[in-house]
Ligand binder design. Structure first.
Ligand code: NAP
Length: 245
């Protein structure tokens, strides 16, 4: 019998859980447990880390998992690598479901950064009022920028260190163009910082920045170990339904 471990924390993971559930496939969705009130996928859900590669490999064997789909966020560096190694150790096929990155258009003014620290270094040349939409983790990379003002949008409140001139906006996507444009205008934002998350749930800010002629610092995705990868929920569902490779 098929039993899928679906590593989640993304909209795509929730969509895939719903689709597999609808088709009667056994799925356990796994969340890291970082967010205080996460959006829960349909069906069975487990929460919290596995205890590294060995813990995950053991978990796969003990539950008799027949396939792993890693649908974690493209910036979730550690779990992506752990899943590849653990699946190999447990002899279970793995598929990565990863949405495409965003593409810069001719009217965009994007500045690519290799890390949040590199993004922080670029900011003083780009503007004094910054919209940080990089999430709660990693805001410390901007804490030393005492002369800049930041609006940071997160799902849960971030911990210190934070920049001294800082306003927090607690919110959760998806976001629409009208709201994003108003946010940038009302806070007189000069520059945005974003991770290259991809997808449509949080992309309206990029359209808003383009329309307002604002520069955007885009943090590149971290490398993840090679794995069979698809970009859509439909392709991932088909892989599972086919009985995998
Ligand atoms: P990470 O650095 O790759 O993972 C750190 C540790 O958290 C992992 O080693 C693992 O612990 C545990 N973990 C992560 N994802 C898990 C999952 N789906 N189920 C069970 N354990 C998990 O991850 P992160 O960047 O902190 O992200 C945490 C979660 O938030 C991910 O699931 C991701 O999909 C979601 N998310 C992340 C971002 C982002 O920008 N990083 C954005 C949106 C959503 P053990 O080693 O103990 O197994």
């Amino acid at each position: 019998m098929t039993l899928v471990l679906l590593l989640g924390g993304t909209a795509e993971a929730r969509e895939l859980a719903a689709e597999l559930h609808r088709r009667g496939i056994g799925v356990v969705s796994s969340l890291a447990g970082r967010v205080s009130s996460p959006r829960l996928p349909t069906g069975e859900v487990r929460m919290g880390g596995f205890g590294g590669v060995q813990g995950l490999a053991r978990w796969l064997a003990e539950l008799g998992v027949t396939a792993v789909v890693d649908a974690t966020h493209p910036f979730a560096e550690k779990i992506g690598g752990n899943a590849v190694t653990a699946a190999r150790l447990a002899g279970v096929p793995l598929l990565r479901l990863q949405r495409l990155g965003w593409q810069e258009g001719p009217e965009d003014d994007w500045h690519w950064a290799g890390s949040l620290a590199e993004a922080a270094n670029m900011l003083p040349d780009l503007g004094k009022r910054v919209f940080l939409s990089t999430g709660r983790q990693g805001l410390s990379a901007f804490a030393h920028l005492r002369d800049l003002w930041f609006l940071a949008r997160c799902v849960d409140p971030p911990g210190p260190p934070l920049p001294p001139r800082f306003e927090l906006l607690l919110d959760r996507g998806p976001y629409l163009l009208e709201g994003e444009s108003a946010l940038l205008r009302e806070h007189r934002i000069h520059v945005l910082v974003t991770k290259d998350s991809g997808g449509t749930h949080t992309s309206a800010k990029l359209t808003a920045a383009r329309t307002l002629g604002l520069p955007v610092v885009v943090v590149r995705r971290p490398p993840r170990p090679a794995a069979r990868t698809v970009e859509t929920v439909e392709a991932a569902a088909n892989w599972v339904l086919r009985g995998t490779p």
